[in-house]
Structures are given as structure tokens and as C-alpha cells.
Design a binder for this molecule. Structure first.
Ligand code: CP3
Length: 338
């Protein structure tokens, strides 16, 4: 197995910069669309042979240095008594919602047997892959936003109302989701994943003060409970949270484009970094695109180690050929002393 990605996760300088993309399997890819025309998204996640095939597509087609399990952050909710749907063009729908302490009883302890298909997919992939496999889950806070709101949102009114007005109940919800998450992640590890990424897409909507209270202890607990594999922590709008992010003791911090890579290497001196191209720069003229890719690679050399990635998922309008060119460019970039 190609070890470059895992070495970079461990903070070891690599002889080329490894690269993979969040949402590298998805609708921008014709090979994905072909399967997606026959099955809805959840059926794809629940069918190990299909989920495995779709996980492998970007490894074969793009030549990336890591695979990420094809699934979704909302899948573990199915094993906790919550219904998850994906409505065409509308995104996820979660029901029933939990918005008060008295509704907490809706949430059951996670029953991993009911999502056995996730672990079967991992086992198929481990036998087939020539690069490491990344397993994942959402952070308890990001998962909670879906449980509370019931769908994607911009203002997070219900989440913040619950959090600020029934703090104790909200923290109970965090504890329940934290336990479920490390059990789920440890089962992924037992099934064979080589690294874990925690997606904290929405933590950046909180003030640093509230991040410290409502996010940090729970993410820390998950990281403490994950054994034997490196943990990548992805979060957007990171600059105001730097002090807290260092305390998490994640092996890798995955950052978005709202922070300059060079500045990130100064803020997170002892940390392996992943990121941080704005995914929509992939829609630009190549000259502009590669100017930015090159800059991130140069600045990334100041990090303890660097994994090239986007600051968020691949956009549906992205060209497969451009992504291939980015992979080649990253691989051919000459690592030199800075
Ligand atoms: O990165 C990968 O290739 C692995 C698979 C993966 C998916 N979702 C597949 C997916 C991962 C790691 C996720 C994480 C995820 N899911 C996050 C965190 C990262 C982020 O993007 O912020 C979140 C917030 C979700 C929830 C979610 N899933 C939303 C809001 C949507 C609808 C929006 C959209 O892009 O369609 C999904 C659906 C989803 N998850 C798709 C895929 C490939 C699209 C499904 C389809 O219609 O084919």
C-alpha cells in the first residue's frame, strides 16, 4: 500500500505532497452519475458493492493518494432511531427533530448491527485498495445541527436556541452523540480503515467562547477514544479558533481557504496540515488555478507535513480533467528547502 498519505498524517515530511479531495466521489463524475441514475443516494450507501465501487472511482480515475469511504455523516443517525432521507435537489431531511430536553428520549443508543453495510463496505475496500482508506463521522455538534434543524440551514436558529436556552439538555445531546460517534468510528477502525476524518462543517458558526464550551470537549473526547489510527479534524472558519484547535491533539488539521496557508503554518507550528484550496477555484482558468495551487504547495512546505486538499467538498460543476491535472501538478511539485 502507498504510505505517503499516512506518513504525512503522522507528521513525517514526505518526498512528494500527497493529495485527495473531500467529496472526491460524487455527481461531478460521469462514472458516478451512471450508477446514480439507477439508484438513489441512500441505496448506494446501503449497498456495499456499490458503495465500494464508487469509493474506488476517484482512486482509479484521478490517481489520488487516499480513498474516503462512500457514505454520509447522517448515516449513524439511522442506527439511533432517527429517519434520514435525501430529497432530490433539496438535500437531507432528518425526522423527528430534537429541539428540547424532553425530546432527547427519541434518541437511542447506537445499534451498529443496523448499519452493518458500512463495515461490509470497508472490508471489501481493504481487500481492493492500493492506497489508504479514510473512515469518517461528523463532530457531535455538526451532527446535532441536522438532528435539531431537520435539514440544511443558514442561520441555525433552532440549534442556537436549544444550546443557549436549555444548555444542560443540549450538553446531554452532545454526550449521547459523542459516545455514538466514537463507537461508530472504532467499529470502522476494527473493520480496517487506516485513518479517520472528523467533519466539523458547522463549528465555525459559533463564537470561540461557545466553541470551547459546546464543541471542544466532545471532539477531544472522541479523539482520545480513537485508537491506533491518525485523526484528521476538518473545520471551516478556523482562524478565530486556533488556540482551541491546537488543544484537540488531532494528528492533522484540515483547514479551509479563509486562512492563508502560510499564516496557518505559523499558527499551527507543530501540526500536520491538510488543505486548503477554495473548491470553486477549480472552475477558474487554469493559469489562475495553478497559481493558487502552487502557492499553497510552497507555503505548505513550512508545515510539519502537508496533505493537499480543498477547503470543502468538490463542487458538482468541476471538471474531472482539471482534478486530474491538479493531482499531477501536486505530485510533480518539487519539494525543496524553504
Ligand atoms: O467525500 C467523499 O467523497 C465521501 C462521501 C461523503 C459524502 N458526504 C457523500 C455525499 C462525505 C464525507 C460526506 C460528508 C457530509 N455530508 C458532510 C460534511 C462535509 C461537508 O460537505 O460539509 C455534510 C454536511 C453532509 C450532509 C449532506 N450530504 C448534504 C448537506 C448533502 C446534500 C448536498 C449535496 O451536495 O447533495 C448530502 C448528500 C451527499 N453526500 C452526496 C454525496 C456524494 C450527494 C448525493 C447525490 O445526490 O448523489
Amino acid at each position: 500500500m502507498r504510505e505517503t498519505f499516512l506518513n504525512a498524517c503522522k507528521g513525517i515530511k514526505t518526498d512528494y505532497t500527497p493529495v485527495w479531495f473531500m467529496r472526491q466521489a460524487g455527481r461531478y463524475m460521469p462514472e458516478y452519475q451512471k450508477i446514480r441514475q439507477k439508484y438513489d443516494f441512500l441505496t448506494m450507501c446501503r449497498t456495499p458493492e456499490i458503495a465500494a465501487e464508487v469509493t474506488l472511482q476517484p482512486v482509479r480515475i484521478l490517481g489520488v493518494d487516499a480513498a474516503i469511504l462512500f457514505s454520509d455523516i447522517l448515516i449513524p443517525l439511522e442506527a439511533m432511531g432517527i429517519k434520514v432521507e435525501f430529497l432530490e435537489d433539496k438535500g437531507p431531511k432528518v425526522s423527528p427533530t430534537i429541539r428540547t430536553s424532553s425530546q432527547l428520549k427519541i434518541l437511542r443508543q447506537i445499534e451498529l448491527e443496523s448499519i452493518e453495510y458500512v463495515f461490509k463496505t470497508i472490508k471489501i475496500l481493504i481487500a481492493e485498495l492500493s492506497v489508504p482508506l479514510i473512515g469518517f463521522a461528523a463532530s457531535p455538534f455538526t451532527l446535532a445541527t441536522y438532528v435539531i434543524e431537520g435539514s440544511s440551514t443558514k442561520d441555525f436558529v433552532h440549534t442556537k436556541r436549544f444550546m443557549f436556552s436549555e444548555t444542560e439538555g443540549f450538553q446531554k445531546l452532545m454526550i449521547l452523540l459523542t459516545e455514538a460517534t466514537y463507537k461508530y468510528l472504532n467499529e470502522q477502525i476494527s473493520s480496517g480503515v487506516h485513518a479517520i476524518q472528523i467533519f466539523d462543517t458547522w463549528a465555525g458558526i459559533l463564537s470561540p467562547f461557545d466553541y470551547e464550551i459546546f464543541v471542544k470537549p466532545y471532539v477531544k473526547k472522541i479523539i482520545e477514544n480513537i485508537k491506533n489510527v491518525p485523526v484528521i479534524y476538518f473545520c471551516s472558519n478556523t482562524s478565530g479558533l486556533a488556540r482551541h484547535l491546537i488543544d484537540l491533539n488531532a494528528d492533522v488539521l484540515s483547514i479551509d481557504w479563509r486562512i492563508d496557508m502560510k499564516e496557518a503554518t505559523e499558527l499551527f507550528k507543530t501540526q500536520a496540515l491538510q488543505g486548503n484550496l477554495d473548491p470553486l477555484v477549480l472552475l477558474a482558468q487554469e493559469q489562475e488555478l495553478f497559481k493558487r495551487v502552487n502557492r499553497i504547495l510552497i507555503d505548505g512546505q513550512r508545515a510539519k507535513s502537508h496533505i493537499f486538499n480543498l477547503g470543502h467538498g468538490v463542487n458538482v460543476n468541476t471538471s474531472v480533467d482539471i482534478l486530474k491535472k491538479v493531482v499531477n501538478f501536486v505530485h510533480e511539485f518539487k519539494v525543496r528547502e524553504v
